[in-house]
Write a protein that binds this ligand. Structure first.
Ligand code: 5CA
Length: 437
């Protein structure tokens, strides 16, 4: 993509409404624009990052054996009346009436719809277990939407739902999601700690929140410092094997959100206790038959008798993760994208647009990088070098390729690593092979 053509409405000034780095930089780097309170449009740079995150989430869900589908945003009230949550959900639910006076709502979550699908399609224990998921926009009329897309009213969530014949099976599904979540967040360069959590409006008696530690997090969290050092399961983790040992390793050390904090534990841990703030990027729940019983989701068991299906649900804040990654990785100049979620891997800066040799070298490098399949943004604009550097640092692509007349005289270009700030002078060939390697 040529920057002269790219829709990247960056801002020079700090917008007043931004209180935290991710909100500030997402606005300044032209990633999002607010439409109304807590509701945002995703502009091309932001949308690219969002898609990268969505894809990592998808790959790790699929690896764990989940199947993707897509459920609607607008749901009928009836199924929520069946589960008993229609009234309970209160003002957070956006209620709509259609032209036939039917009560509808914009889904804040999907337990009811998926339970309805399963009760109408799965009738035998032989068709269990199943874990189904989608990535779909949700609406919650939050009292205080804030921090940009971090606490939005409309937000993208990955939500999975597990269906098992019995509690032991449901535990296996829960463990799969637990491990998949550890891997998902680690791939985005995040350290997300699973913590005992309250199950709130979703319900159930086993629940973990995955918290990214950051000063700007909304929740107060506590954990044993040892948990920060536990290794993430590798990509060849066997989801068919017993994952209990991995889950036990993580859950045997104390880690809790504010609602589950245990003062006695804090006292006992002493210097081993970490007190921090956290951003909730995922939340998993086991709730047994809460929805399946109320909505009549049963299967014929091995002995022919009806069995109520055991369920769990598992959410990831996909749009919130874009903010969480920025909170975890930025400096005073802007965003520092981890490569896995960067909207482009490389930014080329032409330091003297209009200069024949410079233009030719940039065009050549741009073409070669594209050819090798790398995502590259080429700043071909006729602007001062200083402005281009600042812009490239702000949008935070992991690598910068700086091409200017002075270096070119000796056949040299510069490669800058955004995270470390290190610059290396190399021949064009060496630079290209480093960047495509
Ligand atoms: N049905 C369950 C799991 S599928 C559920 O809705 N869980 S949740 O309420 O915990 O939401 C899942 C994740 O969505 C949260 O962990 C959080 O990362 C994200 N999320 C929740 N509310 C918001 C919001 N207002 N803005 C952005 N992300 C949110």
């Amino acid at each position: 993509m040529r920057l002269s053509e790219f829709f990247l409405p960056t801002l020079k000034e700090n917008p007043k409404e931004a209180q935290i780095a991710s909100h500030l930089y997402m606005l300044r780097a032209g990633m999002i624009r607010q439409s109304s309170a807590g509701i945002y449009s995703w502009l091309p740079l932001g949308f690219k990052a969002l898609k990268k995150i969505e894809q990592i989430v998808r790959e790790e869900q699929d690896r764990a054996g989940c199947q993707e589908l897509l459920m609607p945003t607008i749901q009928p009230a009836e199924i929520w009346q069946e589960s008993g949550r229609y009234d309970d959900y209160g003002k957070e639910m956006l209620r709509i009436t259609d032209r036939h006076d039917r009560k509808m709502l914009f889904g804040p979550t999907n337990e009811e719809i998926i339970t309805e699908i399963v009760r109408n399609t799965i009738h035998s224990y032989k068709d269990l277990p199943k874990i189904l998921y989608h990535q779909q926009w949700k609406f919650r009329d939050e009292v205080r939407p804030r921090f940009g897309i971090m606490r939005g009213r409309e937000f993208l969530m990955k939500d999975s739902y597990s269906f098992d014949l019995d509690q032991a099976g449901a535990r296996v599904s829960y463990n799969k999601m637990f491990v998949a979540y550890l891997r998902t967040f680690a791939r985005m360069g995040l350290k997300a700690i699973p913590m005992q959590a309250d199950s709130g409006a979703i319900g159930g008696d086993m629940s973990h929140e995955f918290m990214v530690l950051a000063d700007t997090g909304e929740s107060e969290v506590y954990c044993h410092k040892g948990i920060l050092e536990i290794e993430i399961p590798a990509d060849d983790v066997d989801y068919a094997a017993d994952l209990q040992l991995i889950v036990d390793k993580w859950t045997s050390l104390y880690a809790a959100t504010d609602e589950k904090a245990d003062e006695a534990q804090h006292h006992e841990l002493g210097d081993d206790l970490v007190t921090a703030r956290g951003i909730e990027v995922g939340h998993i729940f086991y709730f047994g038959d809460k929805y399946s019983k109320a909505m009549g989701a049963t299967v014929a068991g091995p002995d022919g008798k009806d069995v109520v299906i055991e369920m769990g649900s598992y959410g990831i804040g996909v749009s919130r993760l874009v903010g969480a990654v920025i909170e975890a990785s930025h400096d005073d100049d802007g965003i520092i994208w981890p490569e896995a979620v960067a909207p482009f891997k490389i930014g080329i800066i032409n330091l003297r647009a209009g200069d024949k040799a410079c233009d030719a070298a940039c065009e050549d490098a741009y073409a070669k990088l594209l050819e090798s399949g790398v995502e590259v943004l080429y700043d071909d604009r006729d602007e001062r070098g200083g402005a281009k550097f600042a812009n490239m640092d702000l949008i935070g692509l992991p690598w910068q390729l700086l091409i200017g007349p002075r270096g070119l005289k000796d056949g040299k270009v510069e490669v800058k690593n955004r995270a470390s700030g290190e610059k290396e002078e190399l021949s064009i060939e060496a630079a290209l092979s480093k960047l495509t390697g």
